[in-house]
Design a protein around this ligand. Structure first.
Ligand code: DER
Length: 232
């Protein structure tokens, strides 16, 4: 499809422009990153690159192993050269909503350990302000025993609706790679995302939010017409 082609072009562009020999690479989660890992494995073989990869989820770990790439971790490499990951939505200030796939916590940790955090996305993620295209809200990872008070606190302070993310192929709530629950906060107006991110993180029981504020260095958008658009 057009969107899949756009994801592929964004993934390839990011890998071709930012990956160099001897790099330690953070590998994101979701569907767009699959194209980037395809290209990374191709380059490693063609150019005989020395690359190690740090995953952001069980899914990313499987991707790394399935492509015969060298798996590493933050114990061995607490500082990465580059992290590449997708996004659910990007605004004009490069604030991201992430966590559509439920992997936001390790993604944010790995992104924060990288010298360069590069985002790859198709044109559907390219918004002026958050909420224009992504309608599922901001994912928030919470300690399971606290999900009700956290839900109440968010709705009282910031409005909107907050829903516990329920699993599809498992009875009950989604359980993250970190054994936590996910809340989806369907906000109803634009906010100061830097302030809201900090305020939500301070609520007891919140592990992480899917608001990535001031973290992305560059976004590669694959466009409908086959072109690539970058935003810095
Ligand atoms: O869940 C996540 O954080 C993913 O990285 C998400 O933000 C992008 O997933 P996609 O590439 O499948 O759209």
């Amino acid at each position: 499809t057009m969107a899949e082609e756009a994801k592929k072009r964004a993934g390839y562009a990011a890998v071709d422009n930012h990956i160099k020999n001897n790099h330690v690479v953070g590998v994101g989660s979701g569907s767009t990153i699959v194209y980037a890992v395809d290209r990374l494995a191709e380059r490693v073989r063609q150019e005989n690159l020395n690359i190690v990869c740090v995953p952001t989820s069980f899914q990313a770990r499987q991707l790394i192993l399935q492509h015969g790439l060298t798996l590493s971790d933050l114990d061995r490499h607490p500082e990465l050269d580059v992290a590449i990951d997708g996004a659910d939505e990007v605004d004009s200030a490069l604030t991201l909503i992430k966590g559509g796939g439920g992997c936001l916590t390790q993604e944010k940790i790995v992104a924060g350990c990288a010298k360069h955090f590069i985002v790859i996305a198709d044109y559907r993620k390219d918004s002026k302000s958050l909420g224009q295209q992504w309608k599922k809200g901001v994912p928030i990872e919470v300690i399971p025993m606290a999900y009700v008070p956290v839900t109440k606190a968010i709705m009282q302070r910031f409005g909107g609706e907050v829903e516990l993310r329920m699993a599809v192929s498992k009875a009950g709530p989604v359980v993250t790679d970190n054994s936590n629950f996910i809340l989806d906060w369907k906000f109803e107006k634009t906010h100061n995302w830097k302030e809201v991110n900090t305020a939500i993180k301070m609520i007891p029981g919140v592990v992480e939010t899917g608001l990535f504020v001031g973290m992305a260095e560059r976004v590669y958008f694959g466009m409908e017409d086959g072109s690539i658009r970058t935003r810095d």
